[in-house]
Design a protein around this ligand. Structure first.
Ligand SMILES: [Zn+2]
Length: 393
């Protein structure tokens, strides 16, 4: 019997998803084909408990970001009503700035509800332990793919954090200036406010400019994780855990705002309250790490749950042959964000390139030819080691 966690076997799943199906925008027919592939592969493993959890999703994070920024820009028009309008505008801009912060953390907010949507879904497969059920682990790998972003190119990615932090600061400043011109009208304040509004309009221009490219194959982001989940499904069927039920969650619409995982938490949050979540992102290239610091900008930073992090540390210590290390990722946002925001125990396994960044993050170069089977295998074996460790606790 072939080893389901070998790089060779895992690479075949990546080929099917990223090379044969190709780009898989949220809410598209292509991502539906990816779900069909995953369901077929799970059934082929003899896994019978497979649930499809439908929802609707937009296909670009643009909608989630442009809603808040546009709201702040438009709030300035209320100024024509005088000081009362300024107060209302300032409050609306504060709500927009808060929604902007949520968008950077890939958390939901109502200012994206204008976006056109398509049908999407999560696929959740459940694998029971051989003995008495005591614990629950959830493995996460999203099926959708992102657009190619110039703002995240190798040349420009290093200024991304500053740029996003400055834009978020600008939204907050604009709100503060609207409120203060209402209470203490000064000429210089008025001028500053106009300048900040021009800045906010510039941010909209940047968002529009970053939308021009097409969707990427997403071999690393995140067919690699889906492949590892399928490999672990096969491995768990051959060598089941004793006391831990495992959910394989092939989530939808991660790239646009972690919609799938939040839909799953809405439905199963109570049942998953004590579960351990192991998220996998871009594990198809580079050095395999567990991430100790996340976020696109320091203003929107977040950290893994201490218990989940301790589990990763312990598994890494017990398996020196895998050479897994902790890593502060320079820029990343994924499903650990909504999970830890809602108090769940979550940690991320990812691949880091020589420069410490995710490999080919949101670039056309994220295609099948740049997949490294050895990275896939290390990530799969490390995830299995974490599951074994959890099962022994
Ligand atoms: Zn991803």
């Amino acid at each position: 019997m072939s080893d389901p966690l070998s790089g060779k076997v895992l690479t075949e799943h990546v080929r099917a998803l990223a090379d044969e199906i190709g780009p898989r925008p949220a809410g598209s027919q292509a991502v539906e084909r990816a779900r069909t592939y995953v369901r077929g592969a799970l059934r082929g493993l003899g896994i019978t408990e497979i649930e499809e959890q439908p929802f609707r999703a937009y296909n670009s994070v643009f909608y989630s970001l442009a809603g808040p920024v546009g709201t702040v820009a438009l709030s300035n028009l209320l100024g024509i009503l005088g000081p009362v309008g300024d107060l209302m505008g300032g409050a609306l801009a504060a709500a927009g700035a808060y929604a902007g912060w949520r968008a950077l953390r890939l958390l939901r907010h109502p200012l994206s509800s204008w976006a056109p949507t398509g049908p999407d879904a999560n696929i959740i497969a459940r694998i029971m332990p051989s003995g008495r059920l005591e614990r629950l682990a959830v493995l996460l790998g999203h099926l959708d793919t992102h657009k190619c972003r110039h703002s995240q190119s190798p040349q420009r990615k290093h200024s991304l954090s500053t740029l996003l932090g400055a834009n978020l600061g600008l939204l907050m400043l604009n709100s503060a200036l609207q409120l203060s011109t209402a209470l203490l009208p000064r000429r210089w304040m008025h001028t500053l406010r106009i300048l900040s509004t021009v800045g906010v309009l510039g941010a909209i221009g940047m968002l529009v400019d970053d939308e021009r490219e097409g969707f990427i194959d997403g071999a690393n982001d995140n067919a690699s994780a889906a492949a590892v989940l399928l490999g672990l499904g096969a491995d768990l069927q051959q060598r089941p855990l004793k006391h831990t039920e495992v959910w394989l969650a092939f989530t939808g619409a991660e790239e646009v705002g972690c919609i799938g995982v939040q839909v799953m938490l809405d439905r199963y949050g109570e049942r998953l309250r004590d579960a351990t979540f192991i998220d996998l992102e871009m594990v198809g290239a580079g050095d395999i790490v567990y991430v100790t610091r996340h976020g696109l900008t320091p203003l929107a930073a977040y950290y893994p749950h201490p218990e989940a992090l301790a589990l990763a540390e312990k598994a890494a210590r017990k398996h020196p042959e895998l050479a897994i290390r902790p890593h502060d990722m320079p820029s990343i946002v994924e499903e650990v964000s909504p999970l830890v925001h809602r108090g769940f125990k979550a940690v991320l396994i990812a691949g880091a390139g020589d420069d410490g960044w995710l490999v080919n993050w949101h670039q056309y170069a994220d295609n099948f030819s740049n997949i490294e089977p050895e990275s896939l295998e290390r990530a799969a074996r490390f995830a299995r080691a974490m599951l074994d460790e959890l099962d022994r606790q």
